[in-house]
Design a protein around this ligand. Structure first.
Ligand SMILES: Cc1ncc(COP(=O)(O)O)c(C=O)c1O
Length: 402
């Protein structure tokens, strides 16, 4: 198994912090009880779960009673959307955006088959939504507005509180998928318009298989998973105690490191971006460079295929991505970049580099050293170098043949 690499795919998943592992180990080994048990051996874990809930709440400026543990970001998104609709059965309209994660988009698509009307807000070529379009589509029949805080592919941050102000005017529920924002952006639910907020452990140095949903006090919430009375009746199923303790510790550490991580990742991300743009001709940054996560850059390299770049990066031991991990393997260009209306010449050759607090300057410099060679090599093989029309024709033909 490959162990060492230059890992610049932190929006896909992150390394577990050793302190997180240390915190969860005892409940994986010695203290394996069930917190719902009457006996002390199990029941004592209730206290640890409560501490973790408080740690998660602290990270987003919420009350501990407003945190519901889930299995992942996908569950949080599904649970939030279903709960918002169940709470207002008379309303049949949902608003989302075209650039959401599959965990929201595919739920919305399924809801359309069940009689809901869904508006998919468009984005401009920086990946930003237009608040006028939101105002034009929202009505008293809108049950839910569900949008992401920050885009997983480009890092573009939506104007969440401005969106929220409009949503509140119309009495709809406001759900925000903050899977990519938590730990990268300061959040405070006490001063926010957000009703429901999704987060996921494995994006913030906790293990996979744990997440949390913030449910604002007073928002009517019906459980997505039905069964026992865990999570005060809001999410059935025996608690993933090791995961919960890990998420709590990870949240505590994210809060502790927040400002430092923001500064460090931004500095290294900018170093990477500026050097690549300076050394490689015909490339551009995709996304809203003024409103962006500090750890993410998405760069489009004209006339070449992102998959080919990734393979060559991989040979150098560098991990990056050409889109969402959930859609990799499909050769379709990213739905996010397509919604942004990127030209075909760049659409296929876009690479996301996403950093974490573990990323070092030496690693960034290694990427800066190899990328120009990689792009040059692939462009030399590309018969369509500087030939937009030829490239477009080839891409269209490939799509027809699929
Ligand atoms: C914006 C966004 N939402 C939801 C998810 C799904 O989270 P999870 O992998 O924990 O199910 C992801 C994962 O990449 C994401 O980036």
């Amino acid at each position: 198994m490959l162990k060492d690499c230059i890992y610049l795919d932190n929006n896909a998943t992150t390394k577990i912090d050793p302190l997180v592992l240390e915190a969860m180990m005892p409940v994986l080994t010695d203290y394996y009880g069930n917190p719902s048990s009457m006996h002390t051996f199990g029941g004592q874990l209730g206290k640890s779960v409560k501490i973790a809930r408080q740690q998660v709440a602290n990270l987003i400026g919420a009350d501990e009673s407003e945190i519901v543990f889930t299995s992942c970001g996908t569950e949080g998104d599904n649970a939030a959307i279903r709960a918002a609709l169940l709470a207002q059965p008379e309303k049949r309209h949902i608003i989302t955006s075209q650039v959401e994660h599959a965990a929201v988009l595919n739920v919305c698509k399924q809801l359309e088959t069940q009689g809901y009307q869904v508006t998919y807000l468009s984005v401009n070529n920086h990946g930003q939504i237009d608040l006028n379009e939101l105002e034009a589509s929202i009505t008293g029949n809108t049950a839910l507005v569900t949008v992401m805080y920050a885009n997983n592919e480009t890092g573009t941050i939506f104007p969440i509180e401005e969106i929220g102000a409009i949503v509140k005017e119309y009495g709809a529920i406001f759900h925000v998928d903050a899977v990519q924002a938590v730990g990268k952006v300061p959040l405070n639910m006490k001063t926010s318009t957000i009703d429901l907020l999704t987060m996921s452990g494995h994006k913030i140095h906790a293990p996979k298989g744990i997440g949390a949903l913030y449910v604002r006090r007073g928002v009517r919430f019906r459980p997505f998973l039905i069964g026992g009375h865990q999570e005060r009746g809001r999410r059935a199923g025996t608690e993933n105690v090791p995961g919960i303790i890990a998420l709590g510790k990870a949240a505590e550490l994210e809060l502790l490191h927040l400002e430092q991580t923001r500064t460090k990742t931004k500095q290294l991300r900018d170093r990477l971006e500026q050097n690549l743009l300076a050394k490689i001709p015909e490339c551009q940054v995709n996304g809203d460079v003024k409103n962006r996560l500090p750890n993410t850059t998405n760069i489009g390299f004209k006339y070449i295929e992102g998959e080919a770049i990734l393979l060559l990066l991989n040979k150098h031991g560098i991990c990056a991505s050409s889109g969402s991990a959930c859609t990799s393997g499909s050769l379709e260009p990213s739905h996010v970049l397509r919604a942004m209306g990127l030209p075909y010449t760049t659409l296929h050759g876009s690479i996301r580099f996403s950093l974490s607090r573990y990323t070092t300057e030496a690693e960034i410099d290694q990427v800066i050293a190899v990328m120009p060679e990689i792009v040059e090599k692939l462009r030399a093989l590309s018969p369509f170098k500087n030939d937009d029309a030829g490239w477009l024709q080839q891409q269209e033909q490939t799509l027809v043949n699929r």
